[in-house]
Ligand binder design. Structure first.
Ligand code: SF4
Ligand code: SF4
Length: 382
């Protein structure tokens, strides 16, 4: 019989429901693996018969608990994730059988050491450059090690056949999600960027992936239909914005809603809340471990050095989505995105000749007024 957290009765209703939902899943025998990053080869987790749930925190509520152990001047995403873990307020963390992390940024990799004291945490060592032969070999070894850890933990053999099936299924999901994101290429877009971001975050907490993806596919069809019947030929004069930088789930209202309420449309996300991982499929014809190694090594996050794939993605997306301005959102104390922002600004303004705005923020409400003012000034300039 699985136990609920000691403060369960004091939680608000939605949180209690979340705990009961995950508990029921676990009682049916489905293992839960908590993940934190786009570099995680989810196909291996699915092939082990487990559900993979993203545990990146997007709320400032658990941050005071995190700050009892972690420095204040740390990325809010890391503090929020850790705060949910230590305060036992995240059902997915609480019931996770295993956590899988990667050595991406310094804050995350050191947090995993602390998380390992609460839950078994397997950390994959990610090479920090992509174009060296030995990076491929090293990362491939890390995938094999993860496969062995999952097999041991869940007492299952991950055969090539099962893995190939999971690769196909995940590719099918990627195509559906990419299609949804690419609604932003329509002008005017039939859906707001805020809504896109909210929909995708909710999807991450659904266990019946097939039904949920079918729901997104239906929604995409409806919105395309709406565009054809009601919107086509009525090009919007609202500026079209691309969001780049850190994941933005934790600043959705503070930044995304402010941009759209101030008269612009967010039509593209070049970040982990967007198409960063979805645009490239896993090769279904290769050895499955080789194919996954290649796929995940090529994710274009600023933890890579150099990081040319991010600039290629920005280059293509600014053209394909007919972007009028780029807004880079960097979470406070995220050094890799913060430093890379200088090159992103130069690329956007000099190579693409587009206006660029840099916003550094955290999950608090303290800078709402300042962000409002800066966004409004930027949009007026457009
Ligand atoms: S921004 Fe980088 S470190 Fe963060 S989730 Fe994405 S790939 Fe991982
Ligand atoms: S936003 Fe930056 S600092 Fe925060 S977890 Fe991601 S890469 Fe690390």
């Amino acid at each position: 019989m699985l136990k609920l957290p000691k403060n369960f009765e004091n939680y608000e209703e939605a949180r209690r429901e979340g705990f009961l939902k995950v508990k029921a899943l676990k009682e049916k025998g489905t293992p839960v693996v908590g993940i934190f990053c786009t570099y995680t080869p989810i196909e291996l987790i699915h092939a082990a018969g487990a559900v993979a749930v993203g545990l990146c925190g997007t709320s400032d509520a658990p941050i005071p608990d995190a700050e009892k152990h972690l420095p204040k001047n740390l990325c809010p995403l890391i503090k929020s994730s850790y705060g949910f873990a230590v305060s036992e307020t995240c059902p997915y963390f609480y019931f996770a059988d295993l956590l899988v992390g990667e050595t991406t940024c310094d804050g995350k990799k050191k947090m995993y050491e602390l998380l390992n004291e609460i839950k078994p945490t397997h950390v994959m060592h990610l090479p920090q450059g992509q174009d060296k032969d030995h990076a491929f070999k090293y990362w491939r070894e890390e995938l094999i090690r993860l496969k062995e850890v999952l097999e041991d933990k869940f007492n299952i053999e991950i055969t090539d056949e099962i893995l190939r099936e999971e690769i196909k299924e995940r590719n099918r999901e990627r195509k559906i999600l990419l299609d949804f994101y690419e609604l932003g290429k329509l002008n005017p877009s039939p859906i707001s960027g805020h809504k896109v971001n909210e929909t995708m975050e909710a999807l991450g907490f659904q266990f019946d992936r097939r039904t949920q993806c079918d729901f997104i596919a239906d929604r995409t069809r409806e919105l395309k239909d709406k565009y054809e019947k009601e919107l086509k030929g009525t090009k919007s004069n609202r500026p079209r914005i691309l969001i780049t930088g850190c994941p933005v789930g934790g600043v959705r209202d503070k930044v995304l809603k402010t941009i759209e309420d101030s008269g612009a449309d967010i039509v593209a996300f070049e970040n982990c809340s967007g198409v960063r991982e979805k645009a490239t499929l896993v090769d279904e014809t290769m050895d499955p471990i080789d194919a996954l190694t290649e796929k995940y090594l090529n994710v274009s996050c600023s933890v890579m050095t150099p990081n040319p794939r991010r600039f290629q993605a920005l280059d293509e997306m600014i053209d394909e989505y007919e972007i009028d301005g780029v807004i880079e959102v960097v979470l406070q104390a995220c050094h890799t995105f913060n430093v890379e922002a200088y090159n992103v600004k130069r690329f956007v303004t000099e190579k693409k000749d587009k206006p660029y705005l840099y916003i550094e923020t955290d999950y608090s409400k303290l800078d709402i007024g300042q962000i409002n003012t800066r966004i409004n000034a930027f949009l007026e300039m457009l």
